[in-house]
Design a protein around this ligand. Structure first.
Ligand code: GLN
Length: 446
């Protein structure tokens, strides 16, 4: 069914980079046999899933939407992919993204332009734009994305689907091609909250292959969906409804808060005073980490290698200048500069200190409140090409999602209405490892 729908609509949406048709059919046959002979089935038995192309899949092309990995076939599965197989899910294919997850519109893909299924002239958001668009277009009911500064929540908001960035450490990063290791998390993108909880259930938990994965018990997320939010205390940061946020988006969020009040919750305005520094802090730290992580793409170990080099140094240079796109080069240069001796204290070290202050802002609010609520993005989906000429306006789109990654806390985006026919996302942020409360609120609202 998934393949039928993909063949019908993907010509227009362009969400998939690689399809796994043959292997998926073999897997489906195996599952049919299992159905006939066995009694125990995985939590996602037979469920079709699409996977963002920066998560490695054994023998299935994994490009990070970069020319530098155009021919890379990994020799192992990421831990999340292994867990999906154990849960009897079926991998349908690999989904488009901004190159190495750097971007907010999927326009930085080295291969193709993914379109927003609600309006084909608009972007699906990014960097997990392929994942959100594929779910919104009904191509797959489940997808995995990754979120470093908003890349699951922002495209989920633009495409009117549900996307969760788990607590840092909740989900193993083993086999996720690293962008900024201290911020990256894999998470689920689905049509509704219940599906989202099932998918998180399957991929969560400590992993010996990722030393930053946390040894914290994984609760039963689905049983948290009680519909009961009586007495829940909501904080609404004034920085999230202020300047830059469109009037219609603000109104949708206030309407959503009314619905939650009707269900027995209360809300108050709070302040996250260091929010204004989040964007600058993020782009320094993320680019610094990226410049180190991307050093491995040297033309020797993986993927593309230039044909016309005279010596080894020349080969590195040519390969990287031909293989990486402009945004990736911009980040590598920015990060290398910020980490260079003489500038390190002024930029990287300073940014680390501000990161701590941002984290403390969240801790202070969570002493008194159960969740923080605001919009996911300042506006609904923008037009293709609208922000490509100015990186700073593109970066500004992440202003409401980035603080969550810096603090390491979990956050979800769920649809909360429409503005001119385009979906608006409501962001619900929780305490460390308290995805259950986020799901409970999101499900009650839905
Ligand atoms: N848009 C942000 C960036 O370009 C976030 C990307 C992400 O979360 N992967 O860095």
């Amino acid at each position: 069914e998934s393949f039928k729908r993909i063949h019908e609509v993907d010509e227009k949406v362009q969400a998939f980079l690689t399809l796994n048709e043959e292997q998926a059919r073999t897997k489906a046959k195996e599952l049919d046999e299992k159905l006939a002979t066995e009694k125990e089935f995985g939590l996602l038995f037979g469920m079709p899933i699409g996977i963002k192309d920066n998560i490695v899949t054994k023998g299935l092309r994994t490009t990070c939407a970069s020319k530098i990995l155009y021919n890379f076939d990994p020799i192992y599965d990421a831990t999340v992919v292994e867990r999906l197989h154990q849960a009897d899910a079926v991998t349908i294919g690999k989904l488009n993204m901004d190159e190495f997850a750097m971007g907010s519109s999927t326009e930085n893909s080295g291969f193709q332009l993914t379109r927003n299924p609600w309006d084909l002239e608009r972007v699906p958001g990014g960097s997990s734009g392929g994942s959100a668009a594929a779910v919104a277009a009904g191509e797959v009911p489940f997808a995995l994305g990754s979120d470093t500064g908003g890349s699951i929540r922002q495209p989920a908001a633009f495409c009117g689907v549900v996307g969760l960035k788990p607590t840092y450490g909740r989900v193993s990063r083993y086999g996720l091609v690293a962008f900024a290791s201290s911020l990256d998390q894999i998470g689920p993108i689905t049509r509704n909250v219940e599906d989202n909880a099932y998918l998180l259930q399957v991929i969560s938990g400590v992993d010996p292959m990722d030393s930053t994965s946390a040894n914290v018990d994984v609760p039963d997320y689905v049983s948290a969906l009680t519909g009961d939010i009586q007495g829940l205390k909501i904080a609404v940061p004034k920085e999230y409804l202020g300047e830059g946020v469109s009037e219609e988006v603000r109104q949708s969020v206030l309407d959503a808060l009314k619905v939650l009040e009707g269900l027995g919750a209360t809300w108050e305005e709070v302040s996250l005073p260091h929010s204004k520094y989040a964007l600058a802090t993020y782009y320094l730290l993320a680019s610094s980490e990226a410049s180190a992580n991307l050093a491995r793409f040297d033309g020797v170990r993986y993927g593309y290698r230039t044909d016309n080099a005279k010596n080894l140094i020349d080969m590195y240079k040519q390969t990287r200048s031909e293989g990486f796109g402009n945004e990736v080069k911009r980040r590598i240069m920015l990060g290398t500069f910020a980490l260079s001796s003489g500038h390190y204290d002024a930029y990287y070290k300073k940014a680390q200190k501000v990161r701590t202050l941002i984290k403390q802002d969240f801790e202070n609010v969570f002493e008194k409140y159960d969740v923080i609520i605001g919009p996911t993005t300042p506006t609904p989906a923008f037009k293709i090409g609208e922000k490509t000429s100015d990186p700073l306006t593109m970066y500004a789109n992440d202003i409401l999602t980035i603080p969550v990654n810096l603090a390491g806390v979990p956050g979800i985006s769920i649809p909360c209405g429409f503005v001119n026919g385009l979906p608006v996302g409501l962001q619900i942020i929780g305490k460390h490892f308290d995805e259950s409360t986020i799901y409970r609120v999101a499900h009650a609202f839905e």
